[in-house]
Design a binder for this molecule. Structure first.
Ligand code: ADP
Ligand code: MG
Ligand code: MG
Length: 254
């Protein structure tokens, strides 16, 4: 039931080593939070996992559902069920959100050897998904991300996630720029999506998100490594004491 197994992962950005040996094992149904100071490598880790071209793996291994993750190109990773929250951050004028989501779903289905869903089938499916996560259908007919508020963009990401049914969801700074009501709504969406078949990695600088989405494990990243792992109480300790007591001295000032 191991979904992701990362051992000694090292990665460079512009020839600068950023990840310096990350170890992480994630099983089905688990929610892992990765916390850490700004610049510690959290986003680099998530982008390396999805295969972003700017992030070059220089050492270590990563397997996804018992396959060599690093041998898959980014599209294959997505098609095989890895979802990352800011996959589609762009505004797409003239394309409705519903059309966009249907194309994304059908791309994945075709890649998996499944039939495309028709617009009618898609409407039934998306209506069910919206209900599942407790969200309104009001932005389906708007253009993709055009004029969306920060909260609406995040809502849309959650909707994409629920629709694409990933086996591994990587949510980077899901809470950034959200007010408390939007945060609660987003968290409810994630909580309704959570299942025994899905693994979630949540990256967050702040403990606040973890009040609403309870992690099974909390990891602290510092200077390109996971330096401490605990349960949800570790996030509370961080909230109370800051990162200084766990991170290396040169990281404290960052
Ligand atoms: P975090 O998400 O924990 O705040 P990042 O992974 O974004 O940290 O950044 C880690 C380090 O890698 C920082 O020093 C940052 O400047 C550098 N870095 C990340 N992405 C890039 C990039 N695309 N180009 C240059 N440097 C980068
Ligand atoms: Mg391991
Ligand atoms: Mg980041």
């Amino acid at each position: 039931d191991v979904v992701l197994d990362v051992n000694g992962l090292q990665a460079n950005v512009d020839d600068v080593p950023i990840l310096k040996g990350v170890n992480l094992c994630v099983r089905k149904g688990e929610v892992h939070a990765i916390m850490g100071p700004n610049g510690s490598g959290k986003s680099t880790f998530s982008k390396t996992l999805v295969g972003h071209y700017a992030y070059k793996v220089t050492g270590g291994t990563a397997s996804y559902l018992d396959q060599d993750l690093l041998a898959l190109d980014p599209e294959e990773r997505a098609q095989r069920g890895i979802f990352m929250s800011f996959q589609y951050p762009v505004e797409v004028p003239g394309v409705t959100n519903a059309d966009f989501l249907r194309v994304a779903l059908n791309e994945k289905r075709l890649a998996m050897g499944q039939d495309e869903v028709s617009p009618l089938e898609f409407f039934a499916l998306i209506s069910r998904k919206l209900k599942q996560i407790g969200m309104k259908a009001d932005f389906l007919n708007r253009n993709v991300n055009e004029g969306f508020s920060g909260g609406e963009k995040k809502r849309n990401e959650i909707l994409q996630m629920v629709l694409l049914e990933p086996q591994l969801a990587i949510l980077d700074e899901l809470d950034s720029g959200l007010d408390i009501d939007a945060l609660k709504e987003i968290a409810e969406g994630v909580n309704n999506f959570k299942s025994k078949d899905t693994a979630i990695i949540m990256i967050t600088h702040y403990q606040r998100l973890l009040d609403y989405i309870k992690p099974d494990f909390v990891h602290i990243m510092s200077n390109g490594r996971i330096i401490k792992t605990g349960d949800a109480s570790l996030a509370l300790e961080l909230e109370a004491q800051g990162y200084g007591w766990v991170t290396e001295p040169e990281q404290v000032t960052q």
